[in-house]
Design a protein around this ligand. Structure first.
Ligand code: HEM
Ligand SMILES: *[C@@H]1O[C@H](CO)[C@@H](O)[C@H](O)[C@H]1NC(C)=O
Ligand SMILES: *[C@@H]1O[C@H](CO)[C@@H](O)[C@H](O)[C@H]1NC(C)=O
Ligand SMILES: *[C@@H]1O[C@H](CO)[C@@H](O)[C@H](O)[C@H]1NC(C)=O
Ligand SMILES: CC(=O)N[C@H]1CO[C@H](CO)[C@@H](O)[C@@H]1O
Length: 331
């Protein structure tokens, strides 16, 4: 009767061993032997792209955030729809994620496939690119452990419920981030990514035109700022490309100006401005506005954590040959 006992014990042990190892497989040295030039090649393509196209940094950071929040950092958001089957990309918030980010990843992938074919995952390319671009526009460095596999699913039906929207009430924003293990402090720091990039008028037009029965403009806007935005966006239904910088003062620089803006009614999106008044988030907005080092510390730690969120390892994923297609085309 010893046999069943041993069997039971070994099953129990392998379970205990498997759980902690799930995250620890990622290492900084993952491609050290298989593709030592990984980072140099990525850097060369990335800095060329950002210099010629300065919108790349914000587009890539946002793409990375969306990819991670929808079923983990597994590059599933890079999969293009096929005529037979829609992908996450097709559903993503009408995917205003700028084309520069996709172009960047595709270019890096092409360069890497020439040097070390079949080795570097698209998920790792995206994770490291987001970090390097944050640093390039002045933000903090954080380590990005490597070894993510590319996901084998890209399901458009789960996108919407996993991503925050400009009109999501702050309670729901906090709940969404908490459901993925991010504290209020971490959420407020992560949204500090809005220190770069832009938003289309349709994302905040409700605050500018016919806001409420009593006020045409959202009273939490600084009035002069709101007048400027009304002018900018008056035509947005005809010209949906009209956009405003998320950080009106230093739109291309990764700094803590975003939080100072919120204190003065210069938050572009409703979700931005709400953080400056809600009693749970206001102390953090004030802290990050007063102390850029404090913002950088929490942002770096939270991005590192985001980059590990639900990553795929071993047979849960593979290394795609092209970032926008599964290796086996699914019909
Ligand atoms: C409260 C949660 C959040 C909400 C409601 C939100 C919403 C939005 C919206 C509506 C836009 C404008 C999109 C467009 O019009 O093209 C935007 C842009 C952006 N978001 Fe967020 N976001 C949130 C959190 C984050 C986080 C956590 C990150 C990254 C860590 C991020 C990074 C960005 C960036 C970089 C842009 C500019 C994109 C560009 O210029 O191409 N956002 N966000
Ligand atoms: C297609 O559909 C299947 C399941 O219905 C899904 O797993 C897959 O990720 C979908 N997307 C693409 C682009 O093939
Ligand atoms: C409004 O948009 C239309 C279409 O893009 C354009 O022809 C027109 O010049 C725009 N008007 C203003 C005042 O921007
Ligand atoms: C700013 O934040 C950093 C990191 O949290 C901290 O070490 C430092 O003391 C803070 N500075 C001030 C002036 O509060
Ligand atoms: C601006 C834009 O791309 N709008 C699209 C958003 O998604 C819906 C449904 O997929 C499309 O019908 C719109 O054209």
């Amino acid at each position: 009767m010893a046999f069943p006992n041993i069997f039971f014990v070994s099953v129990l042990f392998s379970f205990l061993l498997l759980v902690p190892s799930a995250q620890s497989m990622l290492t900084l040295e993952y491609y050290g032997k298989t593709c030592p030039k990984f980072h140099d090649i990525l850097q060369a393509v990335l800095s060329g792209k950002q210099l010629s196209n300065p919108t790349t940094a914000a587009a890539t950071l946002r793409l990375f955030f969306h990819d991670c929040f929808v079923n983990g950092c597994d590059a599933s958001l890079l999969i293009a729809s096929t005529p037979f089957n829609k992908s996450e990309l097709n559903a993503d918030d009408n995917m205003s994620v700028a084309g520069d980010a996709f172009d960047l990843v595709a270019r890096i992938k092409t360069a890497l496939e020439l040097e070390c074919p079949g080795i570097i995952s698209c998920a790792d390319i995206l994770a490291v690119s987001a970090r390097d671009l944050v640093v390039m526009v002045g933000g903090p460095f954080y380590e990005v452990p490597l070894g993510r596999k590319d996901g084998k699913d890209s399901d458009p039906s789960i996108v919407d419920k996993n991503l925050p929207k400009a009109l999501t009430p702050i309670n729901d924003l906090l709940a969404l981030f908490a459901s993925k293990g991010f504290s209020t402090e971490e959420m407020v720091a992560l949204v500090g990514a809005h220190t770069i990039g832009f938003s289309h008028c349709k994302e905040f037009a409700n605050r500018l035109f016919h806001f409420s029965k009593t006020s045409d403009i959202d009273p939490s806007y600084n009035p002069t700022f709101a007048q400027g935005l009304r002018k900018l966006c008056h035509n947005y239904t005809v010209d949906p490309a009209m956009s405003a910088f998320n950080d009106v003062y230093t739109p291309g620089k990764f700094d803590n100006m975003y939080y100072k803006n919120l204190q003065r009614g210069l938050g572009l999106l409703s979700s931005d401005q709400a953080m400056a008044t809600d009693p749970r988030t206001k102390p953090l907005v004030d802290r990050y506005a007063a102390n850029q080092t404090a913002f950088y510390d929490v942002f770096a730690r939270s991005m590192h954590k985001l980059s590990l969120y639900k990553v795929k390892e071993n047979n849960d994923g593979d290394v795609r040959r092209r970032c926008d297609q599964f290796n086996t085309v699914q019909l």
